[in-house]
Design a protein around this ligand. Structure first.
Ligand SMILES: [Zn+2]
Length: 363
């Protein structure tokens, strides 16, 4: 029933813990940092700390509030996760639908604490914000603090014919009700509305150490990984437990294959050609195209990096030497061509060998 343990972030923990002890915790916090390093997990830890019956630098984990928070069932801890946009046309029904969707996601997370990233289309719609408003207007069920976690706050949808959702939330953040604590999390603080950002005290979480990621994988991934798999996952994770976990699913495997292949290409035409030709025949066309998609995504991430935007997944070091996005965009073009050719009756090994030479030329 417990979510996975919190790993790392000792400085942030100390800082927050001291603030709680002194009664100086800001009412609106913004946890920022790379994907999968534990921002939402730290928010839950903070909820425990704020509600714990014991006094200490860390939540005791054993008292009733601590256990309720860990079980995601504390009535005063509201974890707003991005959800699909409610379909109902009536406002009240939309709010009801949002509440049900959020409850469904949380029940999944109760069952599977190592949850995957939220779907790309999931968001905080106006209905979610209305729900938040309603809950914020109530008094604490347990008499203590009330904690509102707004996960991936950059997914707040500010359209819907008005800025209503954003404005409603802004009002709450501007004057948080007494005894309430708002914890926003985001990978990209710059995508938050500036007015929202300016109301929150930022706390930046860095990447975890390889030792932390490795220790976590060893303790929690079942069946246990081989030493080789462990090393690969740690290398690909780049200090993010979330990425390390995702590297195990289908998309993750495609990314691992793309990463390794790209590194071979960047090492020079000799090894790349050899590697591409040695590539085992793909079990299914789908796996091959998934690898090409992962390849395009990796190049896209590197291009974002050249524009000074945060890179959301590990890209080969050699790609990051580019100062301009152009070569990377050219490379993406070649991959798109290969992706198209892959639908025809082409031998994947030959296709990869040709692509490898083309990429070596432009990168
Ligand atoms: Zn406790």
């Amino acid at each position: 029933m417990l979510p996975h343990p919190l790993v790392g972030h000792l400085t942030a923990r100390e800082r927050l813990s001291q603030a709680v002890r002194l009664g100086k915790l800001p009412q609106v916090l913004l946890l920022t940092g790379p994907a999968g390093v534990g921002k939402q997990r730290l928010a839950l830890w903070l909820a425990q700390l704020a509600l714990c019956e014991q006094e200490g630098p860390e939540p005791c984990g054993a008292c009733r509030p601590c256990r309720l928070v860990a079980g995601l069932s504390h009535p005063d801890v509201h974890w707003f996760v991005p959800i699909p946009r409610p379909k109902a046309s009536d406002t009240d029904k939309q709010v009801e639908e949002a509440a049900q969707s959020i409850a469904a996601v949380l029940s999944e997370r109760r069952a599977e604490p190592l949850y995957p990233a939220a779907d790309g289309m999931a968001s905080h719609s106006l209905a979610s914000v209305r729900l938040l408003q309603r809950e914020a207007a109530l008094t604490a069920a347990e008499g203590g603090a009330r904690i509102f976690i707004l996960a991936e706050a950059d997914r707040l949808v500010a359209q819907e014919a008005s800025q209503e959702a954003a404005n409603a939330l802004l009002k709450l953040l501007e004057e948080p009700p007494a005894g309430s604590l708002f914890v926003l999390t985001t990978v990209e603080p710059r995508r938050l509305l500036p007015t929202m950002r300016s109301r929150a005290v930022p706390i930046r979480l860095g990447r975890l150490t390889d030792a932390d990621v490795g220790g976590f994988l060893k303790a929690h991934v079942r069946p246990a990984l081989s030493d080789r798999e462990l090393d690969q996952r740690i290398a690909l994770a780049d200090g993010s437990i979330g990425l390390a976990l995702r590297a195990g699913d289908e998309a993750g495997k495609a990314h691992l294959a793309a990463h390794q292949w790209l590194e071979a290409v960047l090492a020079g035409p000799g090894p790349s050609l050899e590697r591409a030709l040695k590539q085992t025949p793909w079990a299914a066309r789908g796996e091959f195209t998934a690898m090409l998609d992962a390849l395009a995504e990796t190049l896209g991430e590197a291009a974002r990096g050249t524009l000074g935007q945060p890179v959301r997944r590990k890209v080969p070091e050699a790609l990051m030497r580019h100062r301009q996005p152009d070569p990377l965009l050219k490379a993406m073009d070649r991959v798109a061509d290969a992706r198209e050719a892959a639908w025809g009756n082409v031998n994947p090994q030959i296709l990869l060998a040709v692509l490898g030479e083309e990429l070596a030329e432009v990168l």
